[in-house]
Every structure is written in C-alpha cells, then in structure tokens.
Design a binder for this molecule. Structure first.
Ligand code: ADP
Length: 479
C-alpha cells in the first residue's frame, strides 16, 4: 500500500495546472519515523502572484460555464478519486501518520463533498418575487470570484474537497495553500482534478511559507473570498488581513468540545462513541471531545469502563495491521499533551490508563484517561492529542454552564435517553453542532461550522455553496 502512495507523490507545486519546482524546498516527513518522504517547493510572493493571475484569468469562462458541465467535471473527478483510494489513502498515511484504514476512510469522506456538490451545481436556484414598486425581481446565485483556500494538516483531503467542491460547483476558481506538513495529498488531488478536465488556471496549489503566501492572497483585491480551516489565532489574523479588501470570509477554527454523559445514558454506548470521537486522527481533530463531563453517580463506572477500553487501543505506525492510533503530527504536539496531562494531575486528576509517552518513542503517546481535577484548562485550550479528561458533575444547570463557559463553540456531544433533556440542552448549548448519543457527526450532508471563537460560515450540506455565491438581483419593470 505504501508504494501506491509513493506513486502519487509529486515534489512540485501546481501553478495554473503546470508542475513547477524551485531551488528552495521544504522537507516533509513521516510522523511515525521522522524520515523525510519528499520535498515541495518553498514558494513566496512571485509564485503566489502568478497563481492569483491564473485564477483571475480563468474566472470569467469558468464562472459562466454551464453548471451541468461543472457537475460533470466534479463527477469525473470523484470517479478518479474513488479509483485512487488506495494511493491517496497511503499518501495521507505517509505524510499525516494516520492509520491507513482511517486514511482510506477519509478519502471516501472527502469524496463525499465532491459528489454532494456536483448535485448542488445543478441546483443553483434563484427566486422570483413581485415588488411593491410594481416590478418583478429575479435573483441569480453567481460565483463570488477567485478564492484563496488555506487548509490544515489533520484532514489533508477532506478539508480541501469541502472547500473545492462548492467553489467549483459555484463557478469559482481557486488558489490553495495546503499545510506544509501534508502538501502531497493536495497536489495529488489537484492533478486528478486536471485529469478530470478542469480548465487550466482554475486551480493552483502553492507550497511555501504560510505567512508570506497568506499575506499575498489576503492582500489581493482580485481574490474575493478566503476560506480558512486552522487555528483561532491564525484565523483572527487572516480575517484582519481580509478587512481592507472586504473579502468574503469563512473561518473553521479551533474547538474545545464538551461531551456530557447523564446517569440515564447507555454507558457502554457512551464509552464506545467517546472513543470513536476522541481518537479519530489520534485525537487531532477540531471536533474531538476535549473534556468529558459525567453525572457524579455514574462517573466512576463510566471512567473505569472507558479506561479499560482505551487501554486496549492498538497504537502504531500507519501501515501496521489493526492500528487505531498513530503518532502525533510533530514534536510540539506531544509536548502539549504532556503539559495538559501534568496540569490536570496537578489539580487533582488521577490517571486511569496511559499517562506517558508510548514505548514506540518519537511522536507516539499512550491513549490516556484521567478522572477528576480542574476542567478550566480544557475549556480554554484544545489538547489535540490522545488524552481524555473526565470530570464529574452534579446538576444539569451546572454542566450546561461549564459546557458554555468557553471561548469556543464548535462541536458538542450529549448522552442521555431523556428526549426532553436532549432537546433542552441541544438548544441551549453554545456550539454549531451537537451530537446526541453519537460521537461522530461529520458527513458531506451535515452543516459543519462553529460559533464564537470557533469561527463562522458553514461547510457541507445545502448551506455550503452559499459561502461561494453572491446573490444578484435583477429588477424588471414589466408593463
Ligand atoms: P494548526 O494548528 O492546524 O497547524 P494553523 O492555523 O497554524 O493550525 O495552520 C493551518 C493552516 O494555516 C496551514 O496551512 C498553515 O500553513 C496556515 N498558516 C499558518 N500561519 C499562517 C499565516 N500567518 N498566514 C496564512 N496561513 C497561515
């Protein structure tokens, strides 16, 4: 499988569909070993400007093209992605470190966006309305313009297709800046897009220093839209940089998701779903449960069951059979997990399982469960690693207050058999998404996005395409 991934690895960026290399390069490593798997160009201002020019030049034809043709292109791209599932999965496993099976799952998840938005291209509906001025108003949903898309390393395929699917469906062109830790998946996907018939110029993938490339993209008056997935501090900075040119902006930022378990819940289900939610991508997702609150009467039982299951999770490198948790993306990610663990222990939390760097060494950490201590840190910061801190609570009012006492509001989770309570809390929780009796909610058909410092805008679902269109109103004076 590894070889199938290496076959798709290209050490060049793509400007307007052309492969471009440079003398200065960035090394990309395999997080499991720290071994260099390849290099990409370290591009800057000049190449970013070329990519913008290409996106601007390609925009008129692409945005005015028949949306059914764009749908056909998206379907062909999706077909090629399906055909290359093994290779793309392996490439992601190599550069991100996630288990190969999980990486293949991400390919299917990522492709779900392209398939969904192929349909949305065919449904770019407008409205008609009688006006009190005696006119008729007709609206069209038109592409916003050339887009800048900046994506993170945790889902190298899905975070890209979730933006490119609706962008292309709407008729936008794009310049993509993938994370430097995981650029190869983005380049491979872009090559497949060109194989599927994307017009030259409609897509560029620029690798290099993030602040430089981001600076040029955000400053450009011709780039009309930025969609960013990443950390809240960088998101804030980019939003600021977009203000002078008044770009449309979508921000999918950090989270600190609460997961709440009531005493009436199916505890086995809650344990299984906590594990599914938490250990996806080895704990490195913005919707991972960051803090678990359990009603005091069942807290010990839940935590012991959870610890017993977590202790069995197979840890290892991506291509080892049966592995469920891989290495973290880089050394500083391990340091952060250690810091969070030390702090929760210092405030009275007890380690029930794990608690140390893994014997595999490098960037591997033991899947860890703690019980008790102070939850404040976990309201303020996401751990982004395989640590589940469990905190007992007494009343619904208390836990709701704790859940909401956070700067962030992306995902949340709730386990209860009481339907009234599920709706009551579901409606009052300050988060863009709430999973009820489930730890996994992400699919192309679900509206994904947060509130507060988790950002704004929706990806996926029937709302996703709205981020890439402007509404044009024609008013007709019909006699
Ligand atoms: P993470 O914690 O996921 O690495 P970042 O926000 O640092 O979050 O990174 C997400 C994406 O944003 C990556 O593609 C990264 O290269 C890019 N990025 C980081 N800093 C900047 C910046 N100053 N301007 C533009 N993009 C940036």
């Amino acid at each position: 499988a590894r070889d199938a991934g290496l076959k798709l690895l290209r050490e060049h960026a793509l400007i307007a569909g052309e492969a471009v290399t440079g003398a200065k390069r960035i090394a990309v490593d395999d997080p499991a070993t720290g071994e260099i798997i390849g290099h990409v160009p370290d591009f800057g201002v000049a190449e970013t400007e070329q990519a913008i020019r290409a996106a601007v030049d390609a925009f008129p034809d692409w945005s005015r093209s028949d949306p059914h043709k764009r749908a056909a292109f998206l379907r062909e791209w999706a077909r090629l992605i399906d055909e290359n599932t093994e290779g793309l999965g392996a490439l992601m496993a190599l550069e991100n470190g996630k288990p190969f099976d999980e990486a293949r799952g991400e390919v299917a998840y990522a492709n779900g966006f392209i398939k969904w938005f192929a349909g949305e291209a065919e449904r770019l509906l407008g409205e008609t309305q009688d006006s009190p001025l005696g006119h008729v108003i007709v609206t069209f949903r038109e592409a916003v313009g050339p887009c800048a898309l900046i994506t993170p390393w945790n889902f190298p395929a899905a975070m890209l297709t979730r933006k490119l699917g609706p962008a292309f469906a709407a008729g936008c062109t794009a310049v993509v800046k993938p994370a430097s830790q995981t650029p190869f998946t983005a380049i491979a996907l872009a090559e497949l897009a060109y194989q599927a018939g994307l017009p030259k110029g409609a897509l560029s993938v620029i690798t290099g220093d993030a602040a430089t490339i981001g600076g040029v993209l955000t400053a450009s008056p011709e780039i009309r839209k930025l969609s960013f997935t990443g950390s809240t501090p960088v998101g804030r900075k980019l939003a600021e940089q977009c203000a002078p040119t008044l770009k449309r902006v979508s921000m999918e930022l950090g989270g600190a998701a609460p997961l709440i378990v009531f005493a009436d819940a199916d505890l086995d289900l809650a344990v299984a779903e906590t594990i599914k939610g938490k250990f996806r991508n080895s704990g490195q997702t913005c919707v991972c449960p960051n803090r678990v609150y359990v009603e005091a009467s069942v807290a010990e039982t839940y935590a012991q069951k959870l610890a017993a299951e977590v202790a069995k999770i197979p840890v290892g490198a991506a291509f080892e059979a049966g592995v469920k948790v891989g290495p973290l993306i880089e050394d500083k990610a391990i340091a952060k997990v250690e810091e969070h663990l030390t702090k929760v222990q210092a405030s009275g939390g007890k380690v029930l399982t794990g608690g140390k760097r893994h014997q595999l060494g490098g960037r591997f950490f033991q899947p860890t469960v703690t019980l008790g201590g102070d939850d404040k840190l976990f309201r303020d910061e996401e751990t982004f690693g395989p640590l589940i801190p469990v905190f007992p609570f007494k009343t619904e009012a208390e836990v709701l207050e704790k859940a909401n006492d956070s700067e962030f509001g992306l995902a949340s989770y709730l386990f209860t058999r009481d339907l009234d309570r599920a709706f009551r809390i579901g409606r009052r929780i300050e988060a863009g998404m709430c999973g009820i009796n489930t730890g996994l909610m992400s699919t192309a058909v679900a509206p994904f996005g947060g509130v507060k410092s988790s950002g704004y805008g929706k990806e996926g679902s029937t709302h996703g395409i709205n981020e890439y269109v402007d509404i044009k109103a024609l008013t007709l004076a019909l006699k």
